[in-house]
Design a protein around this ligand. Structure first.
Ligand SMILES: Cc1cc2nc3c(=O)[nH]c(=O)nc-3n(C[C@H](O)[C@H](O)[C@H](O)COP(=O)(O)O)c2cc1C
Length: 140
C-alpha cells in the first residue's frame, strides 16, 4: 500500500548550499533501500518535502525527520493513500528555485513569495504537480 505525505518545516540555521547538498545526498543514499521517493523544496528558510512509499516506511521516516534538530515547526500538510507514485523517478528530487516561475506561486497564493505555512495543503500539492510538469524538479 502506497502513501504520500507532505510536511513543512523551518530550517534552524540558514542552509548553505553545501548543507542542503549534504542533506540531499544523505536522503538519496538512504531512500532507495526503504522504497522512498519524493522531492524537497527549500525556499526562504522553509522546507517542504513530499515523501512517497509504503505506509510503514513513510511513517517511520517522517518520525525520524520530525525529530531532526536541523529544523523545527514541523507541520503535516497532507497524508493520503495513493494508487501510484508521482515522484517515482526521484529518490529525493530537489526543487530548482531558478526554474520556479513566480507566476506559478502567485496562482495559488496571495503573494509571489512561497510560504507553505500560508497555503492550504491542497494548493501546495498542486504547486508540486506544476513543478513536476515544468521540470522544476531536479536530481543531480
Ligand atoms: C528537511 C529534511 C529532510 C530529510 N529528508 C530525508 C530523507 O528523505 N531520507 C532520509 O533518510 N533522511 C532524511 N533526512 C534526515 C533524517 O532526519 C535523519 O537524519 C536520517 O534519517 C538519519 O536518521 P538516524 O540518524 O536516526 O539514522 C532529512 C532531514 C531533514 C532536516
Amino acid at each position: 500500500m502506497l502513501v504520500r505525505l507532505m510536511y513543512a518545516s523551518r530550517a534552524v540555521n540558514p542552509q548553505s548550499p553545501e548543507a542542503l547538498q549534504a542533506l540531499l545526498h544523505q536522503s538519496r543514499s538512504a531512500n532507495p533501500a526503504q522504497g522512498i521517493t519524493g522531492a524537497l523544496c527549500h525556499a526562504n528558510g522553509v522546507f517542504v518535502q513530499v515523501l512517497e512509499g509504503g505506509r510503514m516506511a513513510v511513517n517511520r521516516l517522517y518520525q525520524r525527520i520530525a525529530a531532526d534538530p536541523r529544523h523545527t515547526d514541523v507541520v503535516l500538510l497532507s497524508y493520503t493513500e495513493v494508487a501510484e507514485r508521482r515522484f517515482a523517478g526521484w529518490s529525493m528530487g530537489q526543487v530548482n528555485l531558478a526554474r520556479l516561475n513566480p507566476a506559478l506561486v502567485l496562482k495559488y497564493s496571495e503573494t509571489a513569495t512561497l510560504d507553505p505555512y500560508a497555503l492550504p495543503g491542497e494548493a501546495m500539492a498542486a504547486l508540486f504537480d506544476e513543478m513536476l510538469a515544468t521540470a522544476a524538479i531536479i536530481q543531480s
